[in-house]
Every structure is written in C-alpha cells, then in structure tokens.
Ligand binder design. Structure first.
Ligand code: G
Ligand code: G
Ligand code: MN
Ligand code: NA
Length: 254
C-alpha cells in the first residue's frame, strides 16, 4: 500500500486529527491562541509523522483536502473552546503553496470562518518564505485578498531557506516566525543568537510582529525576553495537545 493511497483513505476514513500548540505573549505570559497541527494514525501503518505525510499530501494534491479538513476542524474546535473559557483566541493554520492555486482556498477560509463564527482577524495563515519568492504571483494575490478581510499572514520557519530579505517589505505579511533551528542554538552558537537578534530588530523596524518557535529552555526564554521578541511557542510551554486536553492547558497557562 503506497503512502499516498493510505493517505487518500485516511482523509475519508477519519484517520486524521489535529493537535493544538499554545502560542503565548512573551511579556505577559498570556495565552494568545493555538497553532493547529495535523496528525495521522493509519489503521494499516500506525502513526505517521507529518514530516512524512505532509510532503506526500503536497505532491499528490491531497493537501487541498487535508488542509481544508484541518481548517474547518480547527475553526470549529477553537470556536467551541472560546465558548468554554469565555474569551477569544487566535488560531494559526499551516498552508502549503499548492493550496493557493486557484481561488477555492479563499472561499473555503471565508466559509470556515463564517460557519464557526470566528472573526477573520483571529485567524493566522502560516506560509513559508519560498512561496513568496518562487514566482507564485497568483498565491501572493490570494494572500493579499484574504488579508484585506483581516486574516493575518505569518512567514513560518523564517531564515531557514532563503536569505533574500527584499520580499519582506514587498509582500502582504503581518508576522514572522523565527525558525526553531536558530532558537535552539541561542545558548550554543553565537551566530545563531546574533541572527535571532537581527531578525527581531528587522521585524520591528518593518512593523512586523515576531514569534520564536521551538523554545525549549528557560535560557532561551530569558534571551528572547531580553531581546524584545513578541510571542513564543515551544515545548517549554506546551506540546501540541489533542482537543480534549486543551481546556485544562488553557487554565494552567492562564
Ligand atoms: O509537529 P509537527 O511535526 O506537526 O509538523 C511538522 C511539519 O508539518 C511542519 O512543517 C508543519 O508546518 C507541517 N504541518 C503540520 N500540520 C500541517 C497542516 O495542517 N498543513 C500543512 N500544510 N502543514 C502542516
Ligand atoms: O513548520 P512548522 O513551524 O509549522 O512546524 C512546527 C513543528 O515544530 C511541529 O513539528 C511541532 O511539533 C514542532 N515543535 C513545536 N515546538 C517545538 C519545540 O519546542 N521543539 C521542537 N524540537 N519542535 C517543536
Ligand atoms: Mn507552523
Ligand atoms: Na515553523
């Protein structure tokens, strides 16, 4: 059984799920919301990591269905959670370039917001730098359109791939997420700490919010606080949590 055949089955058979990783305000420690992350437990193959199945989904085109499912599920879950805890939360979802071909995605996002009752400015769409650089004119236009509705655009894994910074001022972006490889080397590699500093200064100079992902130690937390990073995510605060564990985590982080 090929992985793509198993994945096609997974979407219809309900083998996919989502986990939610908390996103915190660094200065106040307050919970801002969650990033939704896809998970797959195959009936035939057991649990398969997203590092394996997301590329398969992207290559096969299944990412459109998978991404649409994650989006609707996550909007519904966060809307229900908000009612439970009595305040609004943000939701971040990851989007692959392939999902941004054509205009179906835009309508799906607006429908998911509408059905769940989440406001557009509560939704953050995480894309990678490559999308902005490799001739994806149509995708960029789609991002511009969704942004005009109030949805926020986040550049994920910032610094990992491309070193061209020119696009930051040209494209419709609200926030950048510093790649965890730099964050995790803050204590051990001087150059990584310097890169983190530079990204924070540059983001702020451009009027962008900056978030650090992959924060695992209190030293990294302290460093990022001293440098004025805005938001954090990482195992130091919480792993991605299944829906039924999220409310307890909200109370713990509050
Ligand atoms: O926790 P983590 O192992 O979930 O994620 C591994 C990779 O898979 C990351 O690059 C993450 O952005 C990606 N990923 C997780 N969920 C989704 C999803 O719903 N859609 C897309 N496009 N990527 C996802
Ligand atoms: O590419 P993206 O940033 O969407 O992927 C997030 C990935 O980072 C997921 O695989 C998620 O599980 C993982 N992750 C989140 N927090 C940490 C952390 O503190 N340490 C490590 N090593 N991985 C993390
Ligand atoms: Mn992400
Ligand atoms: Na990332």
């Amino acid at each position: 059984l090929s992985l793509s055949a198993a994945l096609r089955h997974a979407v219809v058979a309900g083998e996919l799920s989502t986990v939610y990783q908390p996103l915190l305000d660094l200065e106040t420690g307050r919970l801002l919301g969650f990033e939704a992350l896809a998970r797959w437990r195959s009936s035939d193959l057991g649990p398969i990591s997203p590092e394996r199945f997301i590329p398969v989904a992207e290559d096969s085109g299944l990412i459109r269905e998978l991404g649409g499912w994650v989006l609707r599920q996550a909007c519904a879950d966060v809307a229900a959670l908000q009612r439970e805890i009595g305040r609004n939360l943000r939701l971040a979802v990851n989007v692959s370039p392939r999902q941004l071909r054509g205009t179906a995605w835009l309508d799906e996002v607006l429908a998911a917001l509408d059905e769940s009752g989440l406001e557009p400015d509560q939704l953050e769409v995480e894309i990678t730098e490559g999308l902005l650089i490799d001739d994806h004119g149509d995708a960029v236009e789609l991002l511009e359109r969704i942004r005009r509705h109030g949805v926020k655009i986040v550049v994920d894994d910032f610094g990992r791939g491309y070193s061209s910074l020119a696009y930051l001022s040209r494209f419709p972006i609200d926030k950048i997420k510093i790649d965890k490889s730099f964050v995790q080397q803050i204590e051990s590699v001087d150059a990584s700490a310097a890169i983190v500093d530079a990204i924070i200064v540059m983001a702020h100079a451009l009027g962008l919010t900056v978030v650090a992902e992959g924060v695992e130690t209190t030293e990294q937390h302290r460093y990022l606080t001293a440098r004025g990073c805005d938001e954090v995510q990482g195992y130091l605060y919480s792993h991605g949590l299944p829906r039924h564990e999220v409310a307890a985590a909200v109370r713990r982080l509050e």
